[in-house]
Write a protein that binds this ligand. Sequence first.
Ligand code: TXA
Ligand code: MG
Length: 325
Amino acid sequence: MARHINIENERETALRASVAELADGRPIALPTETVYGLAADATNPAAITRIYETKGRPQFNPLICHMADIAMAERYAVFDPISRKLAEAFWPGPLTLVLPLKPESEIHSLATAGLDTVGIRVPQGFAGDLIRRFGKPLAAPSANSSGKISPTSATHVEADLGSKINLILDGGAAAVGVESTIVKVEEDGRVRLLRPGGIVTEEIERVAGVRLERPKKAAAAIEAPGMLASHYAPGATVRLGATSVLPDEALIRFGGIAISGEETARIILDLSPSGDLAEAAANLFDYLKAADASGADTIAITAIPPHGLGEAINDRLSRAAAPRG
Ligand code: TXA
Ligand code: MG
C-alpha cells in the first residue's frame, strides 16, 4: 500500500512529500480536476521511464506535460494566436494544447515520444500549486494500468497501482471525471480536435472562432476496426445503446429513465437521474468500475445524448466497448 496524504487537511505535508518523491525521480499519483494522474519530472528520462513501467504501457506514447501557467508553458513551447486565445480562456482547466516544442526545451524526448510537438495542460487547484513549487513541468498520464479505466478517486488508484508507487495524494472525487479535451492548431490555421474531453467542443469553437475538425471515428471504425483502440476497458463486455436489459446484466442508464427488464439487472446505476451531462461525466468511470465489480458478464448502457459533454462520454464508452486487442 502506498502512503496516502489528504491534500485538503495536510496540504503542506502533501506538497513537501511530493516534491521529495519527484526530485528523486519517482512518479506519484495526484488528483487533477479531470482524472488522477501518474506524475513525474518531465525533464528526467529515468522518471518518465518509471511512468511507463508502472502503467505497464507497452510502447512510448506522448504524455501530456502539466505546467503551472501560460508563462511556464511559454518556456517550452511556441504559441500561435489561436492557441494563446484558448489558453487564456480555458487555463487552468481541462484543455490540452499540442504545440511546437522550443528547440532548447528541456522536456525530455521520452515525454514527447520524440515528436517535435508537446501536449501541454495547466491543471486547476493542487496540481498547479505543486508544479509551481517543484518548478518543472510534470509529465502525467492517467494513473491506471495500461488499457484500464481511468481513476477518479484515490481509492481507484490504490486498488490498481498501490503496490507500485510510494505516494498517492487524495483530493476526493475528481470534479470533471473525463480527461482533458486535446486540440491542435495546424500551421494553416485549421484547428483539430484530437480527443473530446472535459471542455465542451462548442465552447472551444466559440473562442477559436472556427469549427473544429473532428477525427473521422465512425468511418475509421468501419474501415479498420483496430483503429478504435480498446481502452478504458472494464473486465465485462460493454453493450451500448441498450433499450432493454437481460437478466444478470449490469445496467448503466441516464436521465432517470427506467428500461425494460431492469428489475432483474445485477445493479442499476444512473449517471445522472436529472439528465445533467456534467454529473454524468463525473460519475462515468466510477460507475463503469462499480458495474464491473457487480460480477455481471455484460454491462448494458443506454444511449447518452451526443451534445456537450456527451461527446466525451460517448467517446470513452465506444472505446470501452471496442473489441479487445
Ligand atoms: O485530463 C488529462 O488529460 C489527464 C490528466 C492526468 O491530466 N491526462 C491524460 O493523459 O489523459 P494520457 O496520457 O492518458 O493522454 C495523453 C494523450 C495521448 O494519448 C496522446 O494522444 C495525446 O495525449 N498527446 C500528448 N502529446 C501529444 C502530441 N505531442 N501530439 C499529439 N497528441 C499528443
Ligand atoms: Mg489514460
